[in-house]
Ligand binder design. Structure first.
Ligand code: GZL
Ligand code: ZN
Length: 334
């Protein structure tokens, strides 16, 4: 998905540049450059995009940030303003308000939690600044508040993990614990929903579930708590690889073997997670592709050009067992 979009984006950039060059020479001739229904951005050919990122909480987030910063470059027709909210919604709202004041051409962001966005999104709409959602969704009922949402189907991710767990371990009386992502975040809510739906009817027993806030440190702390509380844990479902890696540290510190005494299944497919999977410490990972930069660039150009854009772009995700991870590792992009 990302690869074809990249091609489209490069072509669009070439077209935009040549159009711009054409515009320059035709304006020498005194004619107005072609166009119609374009916004201010097209005049100087540069799209000023304000991006509010969740934070830097995980390997996934780092890869996502890199994809956005590597794609929304000056060469590609962008002036990117980027802010890191340290996983705080009030920082994201503040950043969006700053972008509105600066009069950027487009605002894009990954909402740390689903709720509480309608007011600031209405302010952007009133200011005539289009908004694009990447990665996580908002619960706004008014979908005129954003142009498009680009990201994975988290319910599907949770379901795929759950189905693999049922397929591998149903019938063995497994007791499972869950390391949830950030409370209120779309991926945490949806992955939990998908996993629960998949294990319904099996004998997998979810004995406890707590948030580790998508970080390695908090995943380790929560897992230490579970190990102190229960003497029989057979499986850990971690909402992301970083928390799974924290759980591995806690399990090994308790003298147990991760991937054997206690199975671990996770979501993301970042380098460190895939390495632990290849090393046998994790048993299965469903990928969540963070390389959203090309799609974001593509949609932003379409929005500025006044073109129709898809309201929902679903990122394609793979899935890996231990053998699959060994094979895929050398060619992984993140
Ligand atoms: C999912 C993304 C989640 C990742 C975590 O699209 O929002 O946030 O799964 C990250 O690793 O922290
Ligand atoms: Zn057991």
């Amino acid at each position: 998905m990302a690869r074809t979009t990249l091609t489209r984006t490069v072509l669009a950039a070439v077209a935009a540049t040549s159009l711009f060059a054409l515009g320059a020479c035709s304006s020498d001739a005194g004619n107005e450059p072609a166009g119609g229904g374009e916004t201010a951005a097209a005049d100087d050919g540069v799209i000023t995009l304000g991006f509010s990122q969740v934070g830097a909480e995980s390997g996934w987030r780092a890869a996502n940030t890199k994809s956005i910063q590597d794609t929304l470059t000056a060469d590609n027709g962008f002036d990117l303003k980027f802010s890191d909210a340290q996983q705080k919604q009030e920082n994201q709202i503040q950043a969006i308000r700053t972008y509105i004041t600066q009069g950027v051409d487009v605002i894009a962001f990954s909402p740390v939690v689903e709720t509480g966005w309608d007011a600031v999104l209405q302010e952007a709409k009133t200011a005539g600044i289009p908004v694009i959602l990447t990665d996580r969704a908002v619960d706004s009922s008014d979908d005129t508040l954003y142009e498009s949402f680009i990201g994975s189907d988290f319910v599907e991710e949770g379901k795929r993990v759950g189905e693999w767990v049922v397929d591998q371990y149903d019938g063995e009386g497994y007791k499972a614990v869950e390391l949830q992502g950030t409370t209120g975040a779309a991926p945490a809510i949806d992955r939990k929903e998908g996993f629960e739906a998949a294990i319904k009817g099996s004998d997998i027993d979810m004995i406890d579930s707590q948030t580790g806030n998508f970080t390695r440190a908090e995943g380790k702390t929560v897992m230490e708590g579970f190990l102190n509380k229960y003497d029989d844990i057979d499986l850990v479902f971690a909402h992301n690889d970083d928390m799974a890696l924290g759980a591995i540290e806690a399990i090994e510190a308790a003298g147990k073997v991760p991937g054997k005494d206690i199975k671990i299944v996770s979501i993301d497919g970042v380098k460190d997670g895939m390495q632990a999977l290849a090393d046998g410490k994790i048993n299965y990972i469903v990928e969540c592709n963070p390389l959203l930069g090309p799609d974001l660039a593509d949609i932003a150009k379409k929005v500025i050009a006044g073109d129709e854009v898809e309201k929902r772009i679903v990122t394609q995700d793979g899935a890996f067992d231990q053998a699959g991870a060994k094979e895929a590792l050398p060619s992984r992009e993140y």
